[in-house]
Ligand binder design. Structure first.
Ligand SMILES: [Zn+2]
Ligand SMILES: [Zn+2]
Length: 330
């Protein structure tokens, strides 16, 4: 065999190894697909400026796959909209409400997903009991709770997030311009994770304004989730979100994501000439590794506790890959 044939042979072997190595990536399982969605938006049924129809159309026209209308203390039933805007594997309206409470001046807002009627807010004797009461009401209704904009009004701190039970989701990013989420939320997340809370971070719009766009406005398109699910249904999307099979984003798109007890493996979809940095975090918020480039991998070691990753691009876009918990695992 000549050198050329050896080279071709090696190339074929390398290609086969690459294909075999990647065959287990969840993104390449033919039964799973990425679905983009926003889980926090407002309409004229609370303090939004547009009808449920106009809001849903904005997201559908921007190629989102799903949307939750989450009006304050009001269940905007999307059934009618779903009948003419919903389309199999193209667009889905997830049922939602922003259960809106407060303790003193501190807002305690918890989104509820997968509900059938309005869930009334709970008012407690302190910040933690108020939060816990609302989480419990949402659970009692058979719905999924998600804590909104923790630092709006500096309402929720790390101790409160760590203290609350039965909460599996919180907003690590909220695109509303007044929610104080440019720093502190990842540290809060690490505190809760380090204390053994299994909580995932979503990015949302919390959009109110669909008529006028500009800096300082509560416009759509700032934060979203990309969910790896078997189909575009409320059950499949919320189940996948509940297992952490998604990433939150403000601009970074992933091409591949492998997330299991052994490793986190990430491949970013390259956009123009942007450069990418990935930081892997473990117990105590410890930085386990920093990597540059479109591909990043971290092999989980005993003692890491949990492992999660944040990717930042050179124009400020971010993605948050959800933690894995080696002891129990996804
Ligand atoms: Zn709110
Ligand atoms: Zn809101």
């Amino acid at each position: 065999m000549g050198t050329g044939k050896v080279r071709i042979g090696l190339f074929v072997v390398a290609a086969l190894v690459w294909v075999a190595g990647n065959a287990r990536l969840p993104s390449q399982r033919p039964d799973l697909h990425w679905y983009k969605g926003n889980l926090h938006s407002h309409t004229i049924n609370s303090d939004g400026d547009s009808s449920p129809d106009a809001v849903a159309r904005w997201y559908k026209e921007q190629s989102y796959h799903f949307l939750a209308l989450t009006d304050h203390n009001y269940f905007t039933d999307p059934q009618g909209l779903e009948a003419f805007l919903g389309a199999k594997d193209r667009f889905l309206l997830i049922t939602g409400e922003e259960v809106t409470s407060h303790y003193g001046k501190a807002p305690v807002h918890v989104n509820a997903f997968r509900l059938q009627q309005t869930i009334e807010p709970f008012f407690g004797e302190g910040i933690l009991s108020t939060l816990q009461g609302n989480v419990d009401s949402i659970r009692d209704a058979g719905a999924v709770p998600s804590l909104n904009h923790p630092q709006d009004g500096w309402a929720i701190d790390a101790a409160t997030l760590t203290g609350v039970r039965e909460l599996g989701l919180f907003e690590v990013y909220n695109a509303h311009p007044d929610t104080n989420n440019e720093w502190g939320l990842e540290e809060m997340w690490d505190s809760a994770l380090s204390a053994g809370r299994e909580i995932y971070g979503i990015a949302v719009d919390d959009a109110h304004e669909f008529k006028r766009f500009g800096p300082g406005r509560s416009n759509p398109g700032g934060g979203w989730v990309e969910v790896l699910a078997s189909e575009l249904s409320e059950a499949a999307i919320l189940d996948a979100v509940g297992r952490g099979e998604f990433y939150a984003s403000t601009g970074v798109k992933l091409e591949q994501l492998r997330r299991d007890r052994e490793q986190l493996q990430i491949k970013v979809a390259q956009k123009s000439d942007r450069q990418y940095r990935t930081v892997f975090f473990g117990k105590g918020g410890r930085i386990l590794a920093r990597q540059t480039g479109v591909e990043a991998i971290y092999r989980i070691r005993p003692g890491d506790g949990y492992v999660r990753a944040t990717i930042t691009d050179s124009n400020g876009g971010k993605a948050w890959v959800q933690p894995v918990f080696p002891a129990k695992g996804p």
